[in-house]
Design a binder for this molecule. Structure first.
Ligand SMILES: Cc1cc2nc3c(=O)[nH]c(=O)nc-3n(C[C@H](O)[C@H](O)[C@H](O)COP(=O)(O)OP(=O)(O)OC[C@H]3O[C@@H](n4cnc5c(N)ncnc54)[C@H](O)[C@@H]3O)c2cc1C
Length: 449
């Protein structure tokens, strides 16, 4: 006799675990979570662990606001076991052109439901700094600080060139591993089981899911199957002959010990919002230009290099997508040894004292994983063409912050509970609409760092 489950979920990353948690909360009792790796070990433990409600479209913004509501409730019930803080994101600009764009974009985002926008131009302003730990009694919305003096009063480590800084307040970071384990452990108390196995096929008869098969040959009977396979979403979709419209990009992250304390230990996530050229000594630059393979290091780099302090010691994380690398996912994402030095040099534009590390770079730790993305950078949450089959994924660089929102949304789809207004924006069936497909060709800013 085959074993049975009410629902089988393929993938115990943060999305599969959140789906299992919210299904158990909705009353399902025999939920089998299957992964060939340990829980949370492929992509979900590689993230920067940050969250924000600041998104350029109403649907993403509402999803994130709700996901943060759910995370805050979980933090309250667990005694903040996953160390959620609300230090915010600080977008720093040095050019008038960027300041104008920052103001206009912020007004728009604020009007979509991200909270009040406050502009501060003098020292006696009502701007309040973020508390380093915890998240209660913090403002939401965002503050724009105008003028270098005001900015450096609150963030003295930033460059004298900074002329505006947007401080997004319903934002910060947390321990993704501990959030994931809390969701898993509380799910386990209500019917979630984890099993180590590789899913090799999904059985379908008369257009309905009947069960799944593991590579060991074992079969599980189940009327519901959820694809939460992260970077392998497309491959697992293929087991049901469904071609999911996703691609994967490689994203890296470097950590160093900031022994010179260049980044304030109570800093928010710091993001340089300007394009730039890396700083080199004249002879270095000359040598780099001469060699065709290194010339790109002297050419313009995109905006978006970012950093934040990590943990109680001296570590900082450094991230910069200066090249978009579309790659098929595999078990070991390829690393790029130049990444830490390039990110560090990029950060020197915002944090001038980073230059003190140029001659003697602290030993970096490098890791990373795949962003699994749709064209418009919206997730896939909902039914997957075959009765009883569902998908949750394509959560790109926001899978930690959105996990509670997407997991809860999928549970609503499966249990038939009322859906929020943003559900159709994340449903795979949106691509059936020719008008939507046309819109995709000119999709604007996706808000992804
Ligand atoms: C460098 C970097 C920085 C990031 N920063 C942030 C951030 O600050 N904030 C944020 O919200 N997000 C961030 N992200 C994104 C976030 O980490 C991901 O969106 C999220 O972890 C994806 O979770 P997942 O559950 O979909 O995938 P995964 O964590 O990859 O889990 C998928 C699981 O499916 C399993 N699986 C696949 N196929 C099979 C099969 N056939 N059988 C059995 N098991 C299978 C895999 O083993 C894996 O464990 C970042 C990502 C990276 C790479």
């Amino acid at each position: 006799m085959n074993r049975t489950a009410e629902v089988v979920i393929c993938g115990a990353g943060i999305t599969g675990i959140a789906a299992a948690h919210f299904l158990s909360k909705a009353g399902m009792q025999n939920i089998l979570l299957v992964d060939e790796r340990p829980p949370l070990s492929l992509t979900s433990d590689k993230s920067t662990e940050c969250y924000r409600n600041w998104w350029p479209d109403a649907e993403m913004l509402a999803l994130m606001n709700y996901s943060i509501d759910l995370m805050e409730a979980l933090a309250d019930e667990s005694g903040n076991s996953f160390h959620m803080n609300r230090r915010g994101y600080l977008y720093v600009a040095s050019s008038e052109e960027k300041v104008t764009a920052l103001k206009a974009d912020s007004l728009r985002t604020s009007s979509l439901g991200a909270g009040e926008l406050r502009v501060h131009i003098s020292e006696d302003s009502s701007y309040t700094s973020a508390q380093p730990e915890g998240f209660r009694d913090s403002p939401d919305g965002a503050d724009i600080l105008i003028g270098n003096e005001l900015i450096r009063k609150h963030f003295p480590y930033l460059t004298e060139k900074a002329v505006a800084a947007l401080h997004v307040r319903r934002a910060g970071w947390l321990s993704a591993q501990q959030l994931g384990m809390y969701l898993l452990e509380t799910g386990r108390m209500h019917g979630v089981r984890f099993e180590s196995a590789r899913l090799s096929s999904v059985d379908v008869a008369n257009g309905r899911v009947r069960g799944v098969k593991f590579s060991s040959g074992e079969r599980i009977d189940s009327p519901i199957f959820i694809n939460a396979a992260g970077p392998f979403l497309k491959a697992v979709g293929g087991l049901l002959d469904v071609d999911l419209p996703v691609h994967t990009e490689l994203h890296l992250k470097a950590a160093i010990k900031d022994s010179l304390h260049v980044v304030g230990r109570e800093a928010p996530l710091l993001i340089w919002n300007e394009t730039q050229e890396l700083l080199w000594e004249a002879e270095e630059r000359e040598a780099l230009v001469e060699d065709e393979s290194t010339r790109w290091l002297t050419e313009p780099f995109p905006s978006g290099v970012h950093t934040r302090p990590e943990g109680a010691g001296e570590d900082i994380l450094m991230l910069w997508e200066y090249q978009t690398k579309l790659l098929e996912p595999n078990d070991r994402p390829p690393m790029d040894d130049q990444y830490p030095e390039i990110a560090l040099r990029g950060l020197a534009a915002m944090l001038p004292r980073m230059k003190e590390y140029f001659a003697r770079m602290p030993r970096p730790q490098l890791d990373g994983g795949y962003y699994t993305k749709t064209r418009e950078n919206h997730p896939l949450v909902g039914p997957m063409c075959v009765d009883g089959a569902y998908v949750i994924g394509a959560v790109s660089g926001y899978g930690i912050m959105s996990a509670c929102g997407t997991g809860e949304l999928l549970a609503r789809h499966i249990t038939g509970a009322p859906l929020p207004f943003y559900a159709p924006a994340f449903d795979l069936r949106r691509y059936d609409d020719p008008e939507y497909r046309r819109k995709l060709e000119n999709w604007g800013d996706s808000g992804q760092l």
